[in-house]
Design a protein around this ligand. Structure first.
Ligand code: ADE
Ligand code: ZN
Length: 349
């Protein structure tokens, strides 16, 4: 190992904000579309599809690519490939979203999806040692009644790796409050909860997610920097933000990744946050590259990255014993890496 990139890639990582369908490689998108006779939007090379100006344009492509995932084996393949990429970036524990409601439209059953996904998880665990959990995302554009139906399916499946639910897709004009009953039922049934908020939507959606949905975790959350009282509250309450630099540069108003970016301000303010990759091939990135951007562009020091990794363990949905063991082991491993590479001139301290 000689460069600081390799140091960053070598850090043991949590991945806590990653979408299964957003992890479909261009070559796999083309192969599945061909195999399943699904038309992708007009394009020359599939890579060309993966360009957008904002969240809405991105979600249209995300949905179009998702449309070609149909059989259990398709789900197995995309899950395995996603986790292979995580493992190659030294992500050892992954909590990933997927979007069941996109696929219901095409008549795919929840059991088909979960069957394929869990097989992909088992195969990836056997081949790469990566541990993972599934977090179905409730599409906030479709309304609470559709979300309730999805929750029924999740609870009926009784798969213990179905660990929680999220709330995603377009933020405004879809505030979190109408999902309060649904999230309360999920929590009561033992599911963990998280919500996308404050990515393209206002700080009020962050507060609303905490108050109405009972989340302790916010996916993205960059608009928190526009409301200092809310920042203080999130710091005091230990809310965890799962941040994704490359996505933030497209889907939030803060398109320049530098030391003035909200992600850096959030860290400097003392908010708990993790670095994640969201929809990596769709934003030409991977988890190692997100760490590189955090270090090189946002100016995260090795100690700040260490803190974010340990905050991730603490805010994860592992059980308490697993969290404790992982924290001790990884802190030791990270400290050794930092000591070894303090001497690299390009590594900011
Ligand atoms: N689904 C996949 N990526 C997303 C994002 N960044 N925001 C909202 N929904 C998403
Ligand atoms: Zn996301």
């Amino acid at each position: 190992m000689s460069t600081h990139q390799e140091f960053l890639r070598g850090l043991p990582k949590m991945e806590m904000h990653l979408h299964l369908e957003g992890s479909i490689r261009p070559s796999t998108a083309a192969a599945l579309a061909h195999q399943n006779n699904v038309m992708l939007p007009p394009h020359d090379k599939v890579e060309d599809l993966y360009h957008y100006r904002d969240l809405k344009e991105f979600l249209d492509i995300y949905t179009a690519v998702s449309d070609s995932v149909l059989s259990a084996d398709d789900y197995r393949r995309i899950t395995y490939e996603m986790l292979e990429s995580c493992a190659s970036n030294n992500a050892r524990y992954v909590e990933f979203f997927f979007s069941p409601q996109v696929h219901f439209v095409h008549g795919v059953s929840f059991d088909t999806m979960i069957g394929g996904i869990t097989t992909g998880m088992d195969d990836a665990k056997a081949d790469f040692g990566v541990e993972s959990r599934i977090v179905p995302g409730v599409n906030r554009e479709l309304g609470p009644a559709a979300g309730e139906e999805l929750l029924d399916m999740i609870l009926a499946r009784k798969e213990e790796r179905l660990i929680g639910i999220g709330l995603d897709f377009l933020e405004a004009p879809f505030p979190p409050e109408p999902y309060g009953d649904l999230f309360a039922r999920a929590r009561k049934a033992g599911l963990k909860v998280t919500a996308h908020a404050g990515e393209s939507g206002p700080a009020a959606y962050i507060a609303g997610s905490i108050d109405a949905l009972g989340v302790r975790r916010i996916d993205h959350g960059y608009h928190v920097v526009t409301d200092e009282a809310l920042m203080r509250r999130c710091r005091d309450e230990g809310i965890l933000f799962t941040c994704c630099p490359s996505t933030a540069a497209v889907t939030s108003p803060w398109t320049v990744l530098d030391a003035d970016h909200p992600i850096r301000k959030m860290a400097d303010f003392g908010l708990r946050l993790t670095i994640n990759s969201d929809d990596p091939p769709m934003f030409s990135t991977d988890l190692g590259e997100e760490y590189r951007k955090a270090h090189d562009l946002l100016g995260f020091s090795p100690d700040m990255l260490r803190r974010s990794i340990l905050d991730g363990i603490e805010g994860s949905w592992l059980d308490d014993g697993e969290k404790r063991a992982l924290s001790v082991d990884w802190a030791r491993e990270i400290d050794a890496l930092i000591a070894e590479f303090r001497s690299i001139p390009s590594l900011s301290t």
